[in-house]
Design a protein around this ligand. Structure first.
Ligand SMILES: [Zn+2]
Length: 492
């Protein structure tokens, strides 16, 4: 556990749950443990898994307390609400109970460490009901250490309970897992975390404004320990009310509103504006890499909102982020967002090798802004396909006009042929053959859907244009393979 500041440790300890009813966000776990304690059916081994800071170690100690608590009067039974005053509760809280042994497998991975720990496993507990062995980060044990542990787990003495905690459940052998009752500790939901931190802040007499609380909850990423420690840090960071600005400075975060400004400037293609905004964020203390990462995060956010607008219900989003997120996501196409994402990933990678991060990041702004002005590969393909089909239909209509003109009065014939000549001169590939046979022209009309036939009527000229376009389409598809997928899907 971090000891960055003395105060941090105090708050995190102060609000550590001392009974199961105080555990937040783990209702399923609390219910199952409550039931098994009530019925007296206690597993011989538990395994607790979940991301860091969701309360695995706390739960392990609570289990140890609950199984050994004797209550204020010394007559109490196993309980999910340990009294926290009896000798067992106090010794476990202080970490010096003779029958509750803790080992951190992250620092002691070897077979000898396990043998040492399990040396006394067959002796009765000194004073407690159960001998409890808590092994933290159990996945770090070596293969031989796991084997040594397995031997005891296969036939554990009745008075022994093992509690394992791990962040990497997949690295724990199945032979161990199959002998444990497993609990998956969930990340704390944003709303639950917000309520919890607000309660603590009120108890501590700290005033945290709504935006600051959103930033804290988001930074905690579902870890209640991180949430409390961040709240604690921001309390010591500020002398009065905790504002979003204080929290951002403390967390080294950029202003989401300003990142959205930057996204907007990039996508309207305003390179000068984007550069200026980027520089101003940099001058205000934001790190170039952080700004780019936040840009990528925003692109991801906009894409997800496009797919599912319920994403906007997230309570950690500010009202500004919600309205602007919805607006931007509706204005930008997936292709544009995909391209910006790809570019940002590359740029962020390049930034680590760049001798001057600021310079590289500025170039990145320019590249992104210019790319925003470019048509997407799909648009290029559509344009080319459209121009190819326009070309064909224009030529076909020329032929039809010419064919008609042969049956008309001399006057009309002249007008019509003038039209033909006008059109021909506007045509990119003017036809030289002014007198196609009627038979051929009618054949062309019948085969409207097959543009390649026009070559018979209008000579060889129309063919190279079509081929050229096809080649262009092919080369665009080669350069942007993702366009192929989208082009195919849109065709269906
Ligand atoms: Zn007790």
């Amino acid at each position: 556990m971090s000891t960055k500041t003395g105060k941090y440790q105090v708050l995190a300890r102060k609000y550590r749950p001392s009974k199961f009813s105080e555990v937040i966000g783990q209702e399923a776990l609390v219910r199952v443990i409550g039931n098994s304690f009530k019925s007296g059916r206690i597993a011989q081994a538990f395994i607790l898994t979940g991301v860091r800071g969701v309360g695995k170690t706390t739960t392990a100690r609570l289990l140890a307390k609950g199984m050994n608590c004797i209550g204020r009067d010394g007559e109490g039974a196993i309980t999910t609400e340990p009294c926290n005053v009896c000798i067992h509760c106090q010794a476990i809280a202080a970490g010096n109970h003779l029958d509750v042994l803790e080992m951190d497998a992250a620092s002691r991975t070897g077979v000898n460490d396990i043998r040492e720990l399990l040396e006394t496993v067959h002796y009765q507990p000194n004073t407690a009901r159960y001998k409890v062995y808590i092994i933290d980060e159990v996945h770090m044990l070596s293969k031989s250490a796991f084997n040594a542990l397995l031997k005891t787990l296969e036939e554990p003495p009745e008075h022994v309970v093992f509690i394992f905690a791990t962040t990497e459940i997949r690295m724990v052998p199945v032979t161990i897992l199959s002998r444990c009752q497993r609990f998956d500790l969930r990340r704390i939901e944003p709303q639950t975390m917000t309520n919890h931190l607000n309660t603590i802040a009120t108890k501590e007499g700290a005033e945290v404004d709504e935006d600051a609380m959103r930033l804290l909850v988001r930074a905690a990423e579902g870890s209640v320990r991180d949430g409390i420690s961040l709240l604690d840090q921001s309390i010591s960071f500020s002398s009065g009310k905790i504002t979003a600005e204080i929290t951002r400075n403390m967390l080294g975060l950029t202003d989401k509103g300003r990142i959205l400004d930057l996204v907007e400037l990039i996508f309207i293609g305003d390179a000068a504006g984007a550069l200026e905004e980027f520089k101003s964020q940099y001058n205000d203390g934001a790190d170039p890499q952080t700004i780019l990462m936040d840009l990528a995060e925003t692109i991801h956010f906009l894409s997800v909102v496009k797919i599912n607008s319920q994403t906007l219900d997230d309570p950690t989003l500010s009202p500004e982020e919600k309205t602007r997120g919805q607006d931007l996501s509706s204005r930008l196409s997936f292709m544009v967002l995909h391209r910006a994402w790809q570019m940002l990933l590359k740029i962020i990678q390049e930034l680590t090798y760049s001798p001057d991060q600021m310079m590289a990041a500025e170039m990145a702004m320019i590249r992104l802004t210019h790319a925003a002005n470019l048509p997407t590969p799909l648009e290029i393909i559509e344009k080319l396909q459209k121009s190819a089909s326009n070309q064909t239909s224009l030529e076909q209509s020329n032929i039809r006009d010419k064919a008609k003109s042969m049956d008309q009065s001399p006057e009309a014939k002249n007008r019509s042929s003038a039209n033909v000549q006008n059109q021909s001169s506007q045509n990119i590939q003017p036809s030289e053959d002014v007198h196609p046979p009627i038979k051929q022209a009618s054949k062309v009309e019948k085969t409207d859907e097959q543009p390649q036939v026009t070559k018979n009527a209008t000579g060889e000229n129309s063919q190279p244009q079509g081929v050229e376009n096809n080649e262009l389409v092919a080369s665009v598809l080669e350069a942007f393979p993702e366009a192929k997928v989208i082009s195919n899907n849109s065709g269906k």
